[in-house]
Design a protein. Structure first.
Length: 364
């Protein structure tokens, strides 16, 4: 096993365990996720940029490392905390174990602590910063208190456009990369879309030159209100008149572009079992989620749009339908991975809107 290691929280609490993965120390925001499976998708989800992720499920790594399950080319979190990691994974697709993978990718791990006790601290006190270290004599509490996730979208977005041809192409989508998950692209391609992945700062004029049929706003990390230039750019992209679908951070950014406000949640929604109800239809779906901020529904200008979904646990806004533009957004992840696929139909709706706008089908 590894050397003795510690998690030091900004409130002064210390959890003692053992290190695994890469050596070193890391300071970041500590968050928890409740997923029982899907740890590879969590690790490669760029929405966790600048965070230390705590897995509430006690045993992680039992099916090893499977690159085909990755949601991105880079690792999202900078630290990872588990009760126990499996040293002998068993899966016919596995290409290694977490310890080796973390050493290769520079991810600092901590195991052997009571992750459920840690989760209770975060639930009761709220998300807080922390440091994983092997040396308690050199802990800088000022550094821990002052830590903030910055330049998150810029750090995780692609820098050049990439287009993947689709032999079954029915429409062309610009996927704005704020830290996108691969399964968003896969779900669009399954429905006949040719996807152009675009850097986060791609302008409306640049999108017009691509002759696209719709715009997809991806998930991503950080405080949505930090992205001032992106928000201003979205105001121009909306006025292109193309169908637009936003997920997670994309949902929040479009809301800010339309005059909403956002707020930081006490401990966020992270996991694969979040219930979301559709406003007016009486249906509730189980969804995959990963966000620490939410759109404040009571700040929505009535002439702009209406809340379409809400979280059945705490009532927070989980979706918006816009009146003036052909736009709709959701806070949860219909692409799942990992998680339930209850809301995949939203990709069908987006593609239908694009085909209707092209005149290929009747109004969606």
């Amino acid at each position: 096993m590894g050397n003795k290691a510690y998690l030091v929280l900004e409130n002064g609490k210390v959890f003692c365990g053992e290190s695994f993965g890469a050596a070193g120390e890391v300071t970041a925001e500590v968050v928890f996720t409740t997923g029982m499976t899907g740890y590879l998708e969590t690790l490669t989800d760029k929405s966790y940029f600048g965070q230390i992720v705590v897995q509430t499920f006690p045993l992680i790594g039992n099916y090893g490392v499977i690159p085909s399950d990755f949601e991105g080319k880079i690792i999202g979190p900078c630290g990872y905390i588990v009760k126990e990691w499996c040293q002998s994974p068993s899966n016919f697709r596995s290409e290694g174990d977490l310890d080796t993978f973390f050493k290769e990718r520079g991810v600092i791990g901590l195991c052997g602590i009571d992750t459920r006790a840690l989760t209770k601290v975060i639930r009761e006190s709220g998300v807080m910063n922390g440091m994983i270290t092997t040396d308690l004599t050199h802990v800088d509490m000022d550094k821990i208190h002052s830590y903030r996730v910055t330049n998150a979208v810029e750090s995780t977005s692609v820098t050049e456009m990439t287009r993947r041809e689709n032999p079954e192409k029915t429409c062309t989508v610009a996927l704005m990369d704020y830290g996108y998950k691969e399964n968003i692209r896969r779900e669009l391609e399954k429905r006949g879309a040719e996807v152009i992945v675009c850097p986060y700062n791609t302008t409306a004029d640049e999108l017009k030159a691509l002759n696209i049929d719709g715009v997809m706003l991806s998930n991503g990390p950080g405080d949505p209100a930090d992205n001032i230039e992106v928000i201003e750019n979205l105001k121009k992209i909306m006025n292109m008149g193309k169908p637009l679908f936003g997920i997670c951070l994309g949902h929040q950014l479009l809301a800010l572009a339309n005059g909403f406000k956002t707020e930081k949640l006490k401990y966020g929604h992270r996991g694969a079992n979040q219930p979301v109800s559709h406003v007016g239809k009486g249906r509730t779906f189980i969804t995959s989620q990963n966000h620490g901020y939410a759109v404040k529904a009571d700040t929505l200008p009535e002439e702009v749009g209406k809340m379409s979904y809400f979280n059945a646990n705490d009532g927070t806004c989980e979706g918006v339908d816009y009146f003036r533009w052909n736009c709709f957004t959701v806070q949860f992840h219909p692409e799942a991975n990992g998680g339930p696929k209850d809301t995949e139909f939203l990709f069908d709706e987006f593609v239908s809107r694009m085909l209707a706008a092209k005149g290929v089908i009747d109004n969606a």
